[in-house]
Ligand binder design. Structure first.
Ligand code: C5P
Length: 211
């Protein structure tokens, strides 16, 4: 049983996906953290995330048990992630891990929730339930800015909005696994919803899809 949760940056998909995994007793995989870890590894080694060779080497060397959760949550790591994510070779290098996680959840859970950009379209096209979570860019920028500010980052809301718009563009326009809703995905706009209301709407959609 697989639940695919896709959508743009700061749409609320991560919070939602985590809660859905707890609710259904499923394993949870944040696939963005894999791209962030690859981008961050290249940066940490003094390399350029846009350098294909460096990015592919980092993707091949990725050890998911050693991802530094704090280091990958910065705005720079998000930017680096979207640069390495345009490369088909990088995507191919981590595809197997994602599919394996979905079909054989690590603790033997009866299902998995994966969140990302291409879960419903490429990673798990056969997922039993697919959500595409969106929110207006200004709303997403405000949410991400508050998060960054609370973690001590010195950044303006306007900068965060610029970054989000640029990242959306790169994610949606790239040739390899662009961000887009699967044809059978249910769209969920969280712009005017509380976390609670978004969760309720998601559960209603998924319960129906899982029968
Ligand atoms: O979701 P998050 O903001 O952590 O993702 C960081 C970046 O990783 C995205 O902007 C996107 O470029 C890339 N990504 C992707 N495919 C996924 C998950 C993330 O291309 N399934």
């Amino acid at each position: 049983m697989v639940i695919a949760v896709d959508g743009p940056a700061a749409s609320g998909k991560g919070t939602l996906a985590r809660r859905l995994a707890t609710h259904y007793g499923f394993a949870y995989l944040d696939t963005g953290s894999l791209y962030r870890a690859v981008g961050q590894a290249v940066r940490a080694g003094g390399g350029d995330p846009a350098d294909k060779e460096a990015a592919l080497a980092a993707a091949k060397a990725l050890d998911v048990s050693r991802i530094d959760e704090q280091a990958i949550r910065t705005a720079e790591a998000g930017e680096a992630a979207s640069l390495v994510a345009v490369m088909p070779e990088v995507r191919a290098a981590i595809l197997h891990f994602q599919r394996d996680f979905a079909s054989r959840p690590p603790q033997g859970e009866p299902g998995a929730v994966l969140d990302g950009r291409d879960i419903g379209t490429v990673v798990c096209p056969g997922a039993q339930a697919k959500l595409f979570v969106t929110a207006r860019p200004e709303i997403r920028a405000r949410r991400r800015w508050l998060e960054l500010k609370n973690s001590g980052a010195d950044v303006t809301e306007a900068q965060v909005l610029d970054d989000i718009v640029e990242r959306d563009r790169r994610d949606a326009e790239r040739a390899a696994s662009p961000m887009k809703p699967a044809e059978d995905a249910h769209l969920l706009d969280t712009s005017d919803l509380s976390i609670e209301a978004a969760f309720g709407a998601a559960v209603a959609i998924i319960d129906k899809a899982l029968g």
